[in-house]
Write a protein of this length. Structure first.
Length: 134
């Protein structure tokens, strides 16, 4: 528990400015996830989820009793969206790989593709609702 409390308050001081360590670590996890995703590694999903969770705590600092005094609800909601999409992607990846390869780790798990017209419309509607609610 002490490690979590330390992470919530730990800061890197650069001159007269400071940045939260969890923001740095969360962004590094995000970078690692992006790089892993580019080479289609399954570990990219959980790494990205950890990064999203850390950045969520940055944007809702007041809720987590962190040093910043402003909550950025839109940015926090975006991290929730990324986390949910990552969890779904990871689930689909594992499910498809198991179906196509009998559970083996070789072979292509999913084939990237563009969203269909109906999928784009649904995503647009979700975006409009999200903006209206936010």
């Amino acid at each position: 528990m002490d490690g979590i409390l330390w992470l919530l308050d730990a800061r890197l001081h650069i001159g007269d400015s400071e940045i939260l360590w969890r923001e740095i670590i969360g962004n590094l996890f995000g970078l690692g996830s992006a790089l892993g995703g580019m080479v289609r590694r399954v570990w990219a999903w959980p790494v990205g989820i950890i990064g999203n969770a850390l950045l969520f705590t940055v944007f809702l600092g007041g809720v987590f009793a962190a040093p910043q005094d402003k909550d950025l609800y839109g940015q926090a909601a975006r991290q929730v969206f990324f986390l949910l999409v990552s969890a779904y992607g990871w689930w689909r990846w594992r499910r498809t790989r198991a179906q196509n390869n009998g559970g083996s780790s070789s072979g292509l798990a999913i084939r990237p593709r563009w969203a269909s017209a109906s999928e784009r419309l649904r995503l647009g509607a979700i975006a409009v609702v999200g903006v209206a609610v936010g």
